[in-house]
Design a protein around this ligand. Structure first.
Ligand code: ADP
Ligand code: MG
Length: 292
């Protein structure tokens, strides 16, 4: 590879909104056979909306929403935003939380007006020794429709199943198709459950998913996806994605993502969606072809 052709290639990429932070990423990309995508904020908008709230017997909507919102007010997860918007829209009375705790990859808890409130994935509940019984099937149903299913518990009793939908970015499907046309295999890594991940995958044409991954498990998931001799690229946007971005053969950060992700990446996309990934591969192929 001549320095000149690399310079021309990175210049052409920059015009398309693809910044190569490291010159050799252009060469590395041409050897990639698997592209692994983060789900939330990469394939999907990362701006979920509350779509369902199914109450357990003996609980009323406003008081559950108030308590859950009080806990989520302290969280920075996109799910928290969805719940807060819904609570505001429904004029649920404001309550205050104390002793707030986050259990990474599981959910959140706090004391709200004397009650112990837990909100999170199924594993957040089982971790606390709670039996979610018949509500488990309601959660699975939501997940099969591509929604994230959350559970809320008040004083050790399951109070509600909450469905949150994070729409797929409009450009995701076509971008994945274009990557397929370049002979790439596309995977998705997510902390969400299997059914939710599979619904998003079939909506976008993603070949396979690794779901239920805890934030510190993304690097191991990448290794699981690495096929034989091929190189692997990872595309992500979040703080949680930084280790995987650094570990992948080529780390690609969505430009609208967090600073931590951008710093860890080899390539930064100015656009907020996957079209930039297609452009990066195209420039790389063209550049490497000129070299040979
Ligand atoms: P992802 O980035 O794929 O959403 P996370 O590791 O951040 O993965 O979260 C995994 C799961 O933990 C979420 O899908 C959700 O079920 C639960 N969770 C995390 N944070 C919260 C929160 N603030 N409120 C409710 N549930 C949460
Ligand atoms: Mg993300």
């Amino acid at each position: 590879a001549t320095p000149t052709s690399i310079m021309v290639g990175t210049g052409r990429a920059a015009e398309m909104g693809v910044l190569f932070r490291k010159g050799d990423a252009l060469q590395e990309l041409s050897g990639v056979s698997v592209v692994a995508l983060d789900k939330t904020g990469t394939v999907t908008e990362g701006r979920p909306e509350l779509t369902d709230l199914v109450l357990a017997d003996g609980f009323d909507r406003q008081s559950v929403l108030s308590r859950v919102a009080a806990v989520e007010e302290r969280s920075e997860h996109p799910i928290a935003e969805a719940i807060l918007r819904a609570a505001r829209a429904e004029d649920a009375p404001r309550m205050t939380a104390r002793d707030f705790e986050t259990v990474t990859g599981h959910g959140v808890s706090a004391r709200v007006e004397g009650a112990e409130v837990l909100v999170g994935a199924e594993r957040m509940m089982t971790r606390a020794g709670l039996d979610i019984g018949t509500m488990s099937e309601r959660g699975a149903e939501l997940a099969r429709r591509g929604r994230t299913a959350l559970y809320a518990a008040v004083d050790g009793r399951l109070a509600a199943v909450i469905g949150v939908a994070d729409p797929v970015k409009p450009a995701s499907r076509a971008a994945i198709e274009a990557l397929h046309a370049q002979g790439l295999r596309i995977a998705m890594i997510t902390g969400d459950r299997q059914e939710t991940a599979e619904a998003i995958a079939s909506e976008t044409g993603i070949d396979n998913v690794i779901a239920g991954v805890l934030p510190d498990g993304k690097v191991a998931a990448l290794e699981e996806l690495r096929s034989g001799s091929g190189r692997i690229a990872f595309v992500g946007d979040g703080i949680n994605d930084a280790p995987a971005l650094a570990h992948a053969d080529v780390g690609i950060a969505i430009g609208t993502g967090t600073d931590v992700a951008i710093e860890a990446a080899d390539i930064v996309l100015m656009s907020g969606d996957l079209r930039g990934v297609v452009n990066a591969f195209e420039v790389s192929r063209r550049t490497m072809r000129n070299i040979r």
